[in-house]
Ligand binder design. Sequence first.
Ligand SMILES: NC(=O)c1ccc[n+]([C@@H]2O[C@H](COP(=O)([O-])OP(=O)(O)OC[C@H]3O[C@@H](n4cnc5c(N)ncnc54)[C@H](O)[C@@H]3O)[C@@H](O)[C@H]2O)c1
Length: 379
Amino acid sequence: MQARERQTENGSVTVQAGSTAQSGSAKSLSLPPEPRPASRAGLSKGRSQKAGNRIRAVVTGAAGFIGSHLCDRLLADGHEVVGIDCFRDSYARNLKEQNLATARASRGFSFCRLDLAEEDLSSVLDGAEVVYHLASRSGLGVSTGRDFDQYIFDNVLATQRLLEALAGRPITRLVYAGSSSVYGEAEMLPTKESSVPRPLSTYGATKLAAENLVQLYGRNFGLPVTVLRYFTVYGPRQRPDMAISRFMRALIQGDEIEVNGDGEQTRDFTFIADAVEATVRSATANVVGDVLNIGGGSRSTINDVLDALADISGRTIRRRYLAAAAADQRHAAASINLARWRLSWEPRVALQNGLASQWAWFQQLAGREPGVSKAAVPA
Ligand SMILES: NC(=O)c1ccc[n+]([C@@H]2O[C@H](COP(=O)([O-])OP(=O)(O)OC[C@H]3O[C@@H](n4cnc5c(N)ncnc54)[C@H](O)[C@@H]3O)[C@@H](O)[C@H]2O)c1
């Protein structure tokens, strides 16, 4: 199918519904199928966002890991979706193009390539009812001081510009993708939303600053905002800098797996479909002004993940333990009772099933795009 990207009035590039991207350095790509975990019966639809109650949703960070899945879900529910992304070079452009492929094949989707921090947002927000703000510069590994201005730019400035453009518009909800990294070394486990945030990374600090801006615009300008704090989301399309992706890349290449610290640090791994389900529900539930933890419902060590991967892949895993990263929390565990209650939501995918799904996807991706296992993340 021929790409139909076009310049909009504000200079950004839009891909019209039903087109396939093929611009700049991006290759023509098709998306490998993304197996669903066996235990999952299928997503139920968010209550008032079912097809038949079609809305116009804007998703920022649409070419990213979570944003692209969210677009796919909203489109499958029959909504009109405007995806925004600037293809920041935090990881390879061709991976982001693949993330977008399913959405781009849908009639209800249009894509706008623009930078939230420095371009005019007025026309792209016209008619928007729900805005999901997921655009961000992520990655704890490099966020200890280096590139700080870029974290400010994409996490703080971009969020403030979006909020400014939304103030006074009749949107029904702005859902902000916050992060568990705002907690740092949490004072209690599992961590409740009321815990005092003490980020350990500059990434976490900028995510917290953005969260505060979102709440400020909610209070001062009446924007109906909801903040979600995701805990380690994983699954097909996971960012290449994230631990599980790195482990899978090493496994495919037959390399030693490098583990930061002793591997006994714990994380609350959240399967992508569970995170998306909570995100969709938060757009219509009675949660204006709320902050909600979104976690997988149980804690696992990194060593547990490696054991599960060995089991799933049938491969021997060679591990090399490195010094713990300074910005790494030792433990992260979400108290998700508030989300359970307010969103009528429950994470459904167990770690073993979610990892099997990601492993199947990763093998297909690496088979089709051999370079992906080496050159996915800029040095
Ligand atoms: N993946 C996780 O485990 C996790 C955990 C906690 C929070 N989050 C949050 O969820 C959101 C999505 O995370 P992800 O893992 O999908 O990240 P991602 O890097 O895959 O996606 C983010 C996208 O935002 C785009 N972007 C960045 N700056 C932009 C700008 N100025 N204008 C337009 N687009 C811009 C990038 O190009 C990228 O495609 C982020 O806000 C992140 O902080 C993710």
